[in-house]
Design a protein around this ligand. Structure first.
Ligand SMILES: [Cu+2]
Length: 302
């Protein structure tokens, strides 16, 4: 059984329901998706993940937390309600399980538990190197098979190519709120056009006040970077979101898109979102004192 329409079966016509039955000969992390008018149907989201557990698992297969994240990319123009599957390169919404940060669900884990994260990538055009902060992990399986323990290697990022799955495992022995994100910098942004001039370092001077009589809401943006664009609270079109980030415990988090959090806690009794991590005193970076600077031979000219 396979699903390439007109090759292995006839296509499912609108209004019809097909039944698929097959024998599972293997276990692992897999994905399913349309292969009829693939670019359009898969590009509009007709896809999902399929997890098969072994009937007789080996001891090393056992984990306490088993997560699955499907990676996708979309072009949804501001205000539009449907992705444009004709796009080839300028995707503006990068999602984990169909959501952008801060809409992604955190992966909540008790301190000391063994964790598996299954990544699957059904993006149209892009591979995603998924980075996990605070830990190193082992890549334990591809969609082909479980990797023998002797061949598993430690990583902090795993590249998940289009059409691939990768399983990683680690013991959650460090409490905290740890970022999980695609390491392609444009994939941690949200709806934005990328063909914009680089205004970093520009001094607009009186330019804005000259333009405003013609365009009352005009404002030069980007001369200090784009990190605080979400925090400005500017109105966005209906069905749109700010281009970056979301609120965090120390201010506005300057990453978004394909981004979520691993929340590792001691002493929790449920896997509901425990809120932000309460950092022990002395473990958060802050202003260097004059004494610190002098010790390291740094003389600031003020
Ligand atoms: Cu990516």
């Amino acid at each position: 059984m396979d699903g390439v329409s007109s090759l292995n079966q006839r296509a499912i016509a609108p209004g019809e329901t097909f039944k698929y039955e097959w024998t599972l000969r293997q276990h692992g992390t897999y994905m399913y998706h349309s292969h009829h008018d693939t670019m359009i149907q898969e590009g509009m989201g007709l896809a999902g993940m399929l997890v098969v557990h072994p009937r007789e698992p080996k001891p090393e297969y056992r984990v306490d937390r088993d997560f699955a994240l499907l990676l996708s990319e979309w072009r949804i123009d501001p205000g539009a309600s449907r992705p444009d599957p004709n796009e080839m390169s300028d995707f503006n919404l990068l999602t984990m399980n169909g959501r952008c940060f801060p809409g992604t669900a955190p992966l909540v884990t008790k301190l000391g538990e063994k964790v598996r994260i299954r990544y699957g990538n059904l993006s149209a055009m892009d591979h995603h190197p998924i980075h996990l902060h605070g830990y190193r992990f082992k890549v334990v399986a591809t969609d082909g098979e479980r990797i023998p323990m002797s061949a598993q290697w430690p990583e902090t990022s795993v590249l998940v190519a289009t059409g691939q799955t990768r399983d990683i495992e680690f013991v959650a022995d460090a409490p905290g709120d740890w970022a999980i994100h695609c390491h392609m910098t444009h994939h941690t942004m949200k709806q934005m056009g990328h063909e914009i001039p680089n205004l970093v370092g520009l001094e607009p001077g009186a330019f804005d006040s000259h333009v405003r009589p013609l365009l009352p809401e005009y404002m030069t943006m980007g001369q200090h970077g784009l990190g605080n664009m979400g925090a400005m609270g500017m109105r966005v079109p209906a069905n749109s979101i700010p281009m970056v980030g979301g609120p965090g415990p120390f201010g506005y988090i300057g990453m978004g898109g394909m981004f979520t959090l691993l929340k590792v806690r001691a002493g929790i009794s449920s896997y509901a979102d425990p809120g932000w991590y309460d950092h022990p005193a002395g473990t958060v970076a802050d202003l260097a004192s004059t004494l610190d600077l002098r010790r390291d031979g740094i003389n600031l000219v003020t």
